[in-house]
Ligand binder design. Structure first.
Ligand code: SAM
Ligand code: SF4
Length: 329
């Protein structure tokens, strides 16, 4: 079992399998895209499988596949089959924009995938286009239908952006009346390839919940699952639930059980740090499993207490500007 220096159990890894994406979400990357990592610098699937093997032997039971958009990487499904074959891996989760996902949903349960995070920032196709700069709304809705038809748990990630989609908050909540989905509103973070969008940032988790409560006075706090990053609520008569993720306010660090591996192999023990060491370089230098185990254990034994401490330790205190596509969310 892996415990960090603050006594937190680490049993969850998030693997960003690519930094490439078929959307250009306003909050994640500029219209022209980001400087994508050269192909030879990306971790290969074999390298990721080895990382998962080493981590699973240390007690990491849950693997989330994210990106960039996971489904733009060729042969993703073969990779998922190999990860699922690892007995130490109990649960695989996916975060996807849903553009290319629908045809694969029927295989998810066999691959230990029982829950998917689907990103959707508007139910209005025109605004969806404005936010993502691509015309893929119908494809995402097909994925949503496929997930529900196959009994896969759905969490919908909605980033709340000042001046962009505030008007979408209530329609997204209304969707939970008919559909058994957990809609989670995420505070926007400055991980968009260029840094802070606003002089004044107003849509924090309190304001989001206050806004929902004005329209739905019966909004009721429900217990949050262990290690949850969201505060969750039900509304009487609704099949689904609503949550808010204080990603910028960072209120959930005390129970954080996760580490991240970026597409080029950087280990991040916090979303806000600038990387602890490069696992790919160790692998390509011929490190043994014991050496990899030692490197992970050492990094986790020196973890920042929270996202503020991690941000303060960034190289030369450079502010957060990287795209979320290079981190995986
Ligand atoms: N492409 C996939 C997707 O969009 O679901 C997976 C990768 S994406 C980087 C993972 C999550 O990060 C998405 O739910 C997205 O909404 C969220 N995200 C990206 N940039 C963000 C930002 N600047 N602030 C808050 N959330 C962000
Ligand atoms: Fe692509 Fe996901 Fe970033 Fe949107 S949030 S640009 S879908 S990686």
């Amino acid at each position: 079992m892996l415990y960090d220096n603050h006594g937190r159990l680490i049993n969850y890894v998030r693997l960003a399998v690519t930094d490439r994406c078929n959307l250009r979400c306003y909050y994640c990357m500029p219209e022209e895209g980001i400087k994508f990592v050269p192909r030879q610098e990306l971790l290969t699937y074999e390298e990721m499988e080895r990382i998962v093997r080493v981590l699973a032997a240390l007690g990491v039971e849950k693997v989330r596949i994210t990106g960039g958009e996971p489904f733009v990487r060729r042969d993703l499904m073969s990779f998922l089959r190999n990860i699922a074959a690892n007995e130490g891996v109990k649960k695989i989760a996916l975060t996807t924009n849903g553009v290319l996902t629908a045809p694969h949903v029927k295989e998810f349960k066999d691959l230990k995938i029982h829950s998917v995070n689907l990103s959707l920032d508007s139910l209005d196709p025109a605004r969806y286009f404005e936010v993502t700069r691509r015309n893929e709304f119908d494809a995402v809705m097909r994925t949503l239908d496929a997930l529900l038809d196959h009994g896969i748990g759905v969490k919908i990630n909605t980033v709340v952006m000042q001046g962009q989609n505030e008007q979408d908050i209530l329609p997204m909540v209304e969707m939970t009346k008919q559909l058994p989905v957990n809609v989670r509103f995420i505070e926007e973070m400055p991980f968009n390839g260029s840094g802070q969008h606003y002089k004044e940032w107003v849509w924090d988790h309190r304001r989001i919940i206050g806004h929902i409560r004005e329209a739905y006075p019966l909004l009721t706090k429900i217990p949050d699952p262990p290690h949850s990053t969201s505060y969750n609520y039900s509304i009487e008569g609704h099949q689904g639930t609503v949550g808010v993720i204080a990603a910028f306010s960072r209120t959930f660090c005390g129970t954080c059980n996760r580490i991240r591996i970026t597409p080029q192999g950087l280990l991040k023990t916090c979303l806000y740090d600038s990387g602890i060491f490069n696992v790919r370089d160790l692998l390509r230098a011929g490190a043994s499993d014991a050496e990899l185990t030692g490197a992970f254990t050492e990094a986790i034994g020196h973890r920042a207490k929270d996202g503020y401490e991690a941000e303060a330790s960034r190289f030369l205190h450079s502010p957060v500007t990287e795209s979320m596509a290079t981190i995986g969310g």
